[in-house]
Design a protein around this ligand. Sequence first.
Ligand code: SF4
Length: 481
Amino acid sequence: MTPLQGQLIDRDGPREECGVFGVYAPGHDVARLAYFSLYALQHRGQESAGIATCEGGHITTLRDSGLVSQVFDEEKLRALEGDMAIGHVRYSTTGGGSWENAQPVWRDDGRELALAHNGNLTNAVELWAELKERGIAFRGTSDSEIIAALLSSHDGKLIEDAVTDVMPRLEGAYSTVVMTKRAIVAFRDPHGVRPLSLGRLDDRFVVASESCAFDIIGAKLMREVHPGEMVSLTERGLETRQVVKAERPAMCVFEHIYFSRPDSRLEGKVLQQVRGRMGEILWREAPVEADLVISVPDSGNPAAAGFARASGLPRDDGLIKNRYVARTFIQPGQELRKHGLRLKFNPLPEIVSGQRIVVVDDSIVRGNTTRQIVGMLRDAGAREVHLRISAPPIRNPCHYGVDMSTREEMIAHKRTVQEIADELGCDSLAYLSLDGVYEAIGTPPEDHCDACFSGRYPLGDPEEANGKFALEDVAVVPARG
Ligand code: SF4
């Protein structure tokens, strides 16, 4: 991503990590199913997109930088025929943003396969070194390619055997979909950090990061893939195997707060309602004298609705979002640059002027966007601006597949809530407590990861050496080709 793209797309929040999809459905237009499912998962990664299909024992992979709608057109989809497909959307976590790291990864070190992965291996460097020892070459620098190489070079007869052997050696977070000439196999780490769901499409089966990818193609959510479980989709139907004993669950609590789409279902609940409850509890924990509730669209909408519901305050749209901001890569130029954030949000003076406003958002990472929003609302005539955030302060980076800023860049780093409010220039600021988050989700804290809020890393706090660009330091990346 260019700095400009980053600037335009930047919501000043944590970056969604990746989205994965897989379908085994002979007789269906599997490439089109993958396309539309990835389209529904676009929010999980806007940097690159790819689809691999398998027909007649031959795997074809097509991937490139850009949004799903930019990478694929009718002609390309028609070239992707087959009985099964996997797909991926990506925002880089491990391995920078180069084309070589776009997915699905394709490898043939004995077993031809394509692989799509969401997560972050915390022992990537060790595994990479071991594979290099064995003379295995790499094209990119992503930990996804390491998993692909381990599975592709494994001498087990079936891919299921290879996964059974390799999974216990992987450390960290991984929700992975693999396609061979015979099967789609999906597996999830024993802590279940990143989401992965299983669905049914007529008499066939699909897997995806989120259930919204099923809705768009008419598939039905069956359940989540269990932590440590492998599901295999083949001509025989669906087979499942608990490969690694499930460990302490560590489902990412941020999926509930922000990452996943509000119409996706996690742990049995639709997130629109969970986030609405977060807003209601936020009002209970931090009420404020005000005239009007507005949200930072779109991700703040459900919590703002809940906050308004619980408080009885009216709610309106005081900030209008340009939904297509990620699609313009034209330089704004000197004259327009000073309007900054107006590329993304436009305040409505007719709504906010003279009002005491409550602004509800889901999270603050660095605070740049929030600071500008406060200023914009004041310029539009708001009398008071009270910020209410439906998550606790973010003070720690994520090591499990999400690109947060560094600790030092986080506005809550070494600051009290009052100091953050002073930095942002608002009249008051309050965050939802972690207890409030779990009350809204309705499942116990012990089942989740909340390290970016609490600093408690349930899988251990890996050293910086295994951080985002760890592999970049040791791998030589050949030119595209
Ligand atoms: S550190 Fe935060 S973003 Fe990362 S997995 Fe844990 S809860 Fe999710």
